[in-house]
Design a protein around this ligand. Structure first.
Ligand SMILES: Cc1cc2nc3c(=O)[nH]c(=O)nc-3n(C[C@H](O)[C@H](O)[C@H](O)COP(=O)(O)OP(=O)(O)OC[C@H]3O[C@@H](n4cnc5c(N)ncnc54)[C@H](O)[C@@H]3O)c2cc1C
Length: 473
C-alpha cells in the first residue's frame, strides 16, 4: 500500500511542508500519497490578500524579511522571481510617535543600536541621560552564559530603560506583537546575544557587521523586506498549483488516534465524518489547535498548552490622493506602548511598496492589538474605524474620509515566545517523538513566526517525516 502522510493546516507552514514532501519524495523515487486538510475554505492561513478598486490589501503579513532566504528562494523556485519586489527607496525612513509628534528615527539606527554618531547625537528622540546610558553599552561587560532572558531585561541591561521604551519595545517586541518583558531573547533575537558575546558590546558588534556587509549594488542598500508585486497570496496560489496531492478544504481535523501495530497507525477523523488512515501526520496547525488534537496524550498536550496567543487586527484605509493631506515620505510609523494609543503602528503601504494603490490612490494600514490591545483588536468595527481615523488626524493631520476600509481580525492568532520558549519547544519535540513516533509539529508556534521561518520549518518537518516513513514503515 502507498505510504500516506496527512498534513493538517494549510497556512504557509503546512503548504511548505506538503510541497517539500512532494518534491523530496519525487527526487527519491518514493511513491507517496499526500493529503492536506484545511479547516478554512481557502488556503494561506494568515496570508490573506484582498483586491478592491485597484488597491492590493494585505490582511496579514505584507512582506517578509530577506535576511532569512527561504521565502524568496521558494518564490523563485515556484516561478515568482519576477514578481519579487523590495520596499521603495523613498520609503526607508521610519518614524516613531513621541508625545503626539512623529519623529524620525536617527539615521544609522540598526533596530535599537546607533551606528552613526552625529545623527544619533542630534536626534531629539532620546534624552541626553538616555543617550549617555546607551553609550555605556561600550563598557558594560557581556553576559557569558547561554541562559535565556526577556528582550526587556537584555535591552535594559545593555542600553537602558529609555532605549527599551522608545526603541526596543516598538521596533523589536512590536514585530512579535509581544510584551518585551516576557519575550524570549533567544527565541526571537538570538543574534543580539551572539553580538554581545563576540564583541562585548552591541554598538561595536553592529559596526563590525556593517564593515563586513557586502558592497552596495548600484549604490543601493538591498531591501530588508520583500513582497510579491500582486500580493502575497500569489505564493499561496503557486504552492497550491504546484501541489498535486489531495487538498480537503473546509475540513477540520477533529480527532487523532493511534492504532496499535501495523501499517498506517494514525487514525484521523474530520468534522465531516471523514476518516483518514495515515503512516505519518504533520500538524501545521496553531499550537492551541494542536493541543486539543493531542488531548489523548495529556503530557504532550500539557507541554503545548502554555504557548499563549494574542489577538491583532489590521485596518487598511484607502484614500483618494487628491484629498490626502500628508506627503507620506517614509514607510510609516510605530507607536511605543507608553503612548497608549489604539494603533501599534501604521504602514504607509502605497509608499512602501509599488503597485499597492492606483496612481491616484493612497493606502494606509493600521496595526491594532497586542499585549494591551486585546479589546481594541476585537472592538466593534465602526468604533475601531472612528478611533483610528481620530489618531491619524491627530498624528498625521489626515482629515480626508477614506474611500473604503478593509478590516481583518486575527483573534488569538499571534503566538507568544515567552522566556524559555526554545527549551519548551525542544521538550515538546522530544515528547512527541517518544509518545507518537510519526507525528511532527510545525509552524509559527515553534521556531519563528515570520514567513521565511515558517517555510524553513515546513521544509524541515517534511525531511523528518520522509526520513521516518523510509525508516520505519
Ligand atoms: C496581522 C499579521 C501580520 C503579520 N505580518 C507579518 C509580516 O509582515 N511578515 C512575516 O514574515 N510574518 C508576518 N506575520 C506572521 C506570519 O504571517 C504568520 O506567522 C504565518 O503566516 C503563520 O503561518 P502558519 O502556517 O504557521 O499558521 P497559519 O497561517 O495560522 O495556518 C494554520 C492553518 O491551520 C488551519 N487549522 C487550524 N486548526 C485546524 C484543524 N483542526 N484542521 C485543519 N486545519 C486547521 C487554520 O485554518 C490555518 O489555515 C503576521 C501575522 C499577522 C497575524
Amino acid at each position: 500500500m502507498t505510504t500516506h502522510i496527512v498534513i493538517a493546516g494549510g497556512g504557509i507552514a503546512g503548504l511548505s511542508t506538503a510541497y517539500a514532501l512532494q518534491k523530496q519524495a519525487e527526487a527519491a523515487g518514493l511513491p507517496l500519497r499526500l493529503t492536506l486538510v484545511e479547516a478554512d475554505n481557502r488556503l494561506g492561513g494568515k496570508i490573506a490578500t484582498r483586491r478592491r478598486d485597484g488597491f492590493v490589501i494585505e490582511g496579514g503579513p505584507d512582506s517578509f524579511i530577506t535576511q532569512k532566504p527561504e521565502a524568496a528562494a521558494l518564490c523563485r523556485e515556484l516561478g515568482l522571481g519576477d514578481q519579487l519586489i523590495g520596499t521603495n527607496e523613498a520609503a526607508r525612513r521610519v518614524l516613531i510617535v513621541q508625545h503626539r509628534r512623529l519623529l524620525e528615527m536617527p539615521e544609522g539606527l540598526r533596530l535599537v543600536v546607533p551606528t552613526r554618531f552625529w545623527p544619533f547625537v542630534v536626534s531629539p528622540l532620546i534624552s541626553w541621560p538616555g543617550k549617555l546610558r546607551m553609550g555605556l553599552d561600550l563598557f558594560i561587560p557581556p553576559r557569558r552564559d547561554d541562559g535565556d532572558e526577556s528582550l526587556a531585561d537584555f535591552l535594559r541591561r545593555r542600553l537602558g530603560q529609555e532605549a527599551l521604551d522608545k526603541l526596543g519595545e516598538p521596533m523589536m517586541a512590536g514585530i512579535h506583537v509581544a510584551d518585551a518583558e516576557r519575550l524570549s531573547l533567544l527565541a526571537t533575537f538570538p543574534r543580539f546575544r551572539k553580538i554581545e558575546q563576540e564583541h562585548g558590546s552591541l554598538v561595536r558588534g553592529m559596526l563590525a557587521a556593517q564593515r563586513k556587509a557586502p558592497p552596495l549594488k548600484n549604490g543601493k542598500r538591498p531591501s530588508i523586506f520583500m513582497t510579491l508585486r500582486d500580493g502575497l497570496d500569489g505564493l499561496v496560489a503557486a504552492l497550491e498549483r504546484a501541489f498535486h496531492g489531495e487538498v480537503l478544504l473546509g475540513t477540520q481535523l477533529t480527532q487523532l488516534q493511534r492504532r496499535p501495530g501495523g501499517a498506517a497507525p494514525f487514525d484521523l477523523r474530520c468534522d465531516d465524518g471523514r476518516a483518514l488512515l495515515a503512516d505519518a501526520v504533520i500538524l501545521a496547525t496553531p499550537a492551541r489547535d494542536s493541543t486539543r488534537l493531542l488531548a489523548p496524550w495529556p503530557d504532550l498536550a500539557t507541554a503545548l498548552a502554555p504557548i499563549r496567543y494574542l489577538s491583532t487586527a489590521t485596518l487598511s484605509l484607502a484614500f483618494s490622493r487628491a484629498a490626502f493631506e500628508h506627503p507620506l515620505d517614509g514607510s510609516g510609523f510605530v507607536i511605543p506602548r507608553k503612548e497608549r494609543r489604539t494603533m501599534l503602528a501604521c504602514t504607509w503601504t502605497s509608499t512602501k511598496f509599488a503597485g499597492r494603490a492606483p496612481a491616484d490612490g493612497v493606502l494606509l494600514r493600521a496595526f491594532i492589538g497586542g499585549p494591551d490591545g486585546e479589546a481594541a483588536a476585537l472592538a466593534d468595527e465602526a468604533d475601531l474605524v472612528a478611533a483610528i481615523r481620530e489618531e491619524l488626524a491627530e498624528l498625521m493631520g489626515v482629515r480626508a474620509a477614506p474611500l473604503f476600509h478593509e478590516l481583518f481580525r486575527w483573534p488569538h492568532a499571534n503566538p507568544q515566545y515567552d522566556v524559555g520558549h526554545l527549551q519548551r519547544v525542544d521538550r515538546i519535540e522530544q515528547m512527541a517523538a517518544e509518545a507518537l513516533p510519526g507525528l511532527f509539529l510545525t509552524g509559527s508556534a515553534y521556531r519563528g513566526v515570520g514567513i521565511p521561518d515558517c517555510v524553513a520549518q515546513g521544509q524541515r518537518a517534511a525531511e523528518k517525516a520522509l526520513e521516518y516513513v523510509v525508516r520505519d514503515t
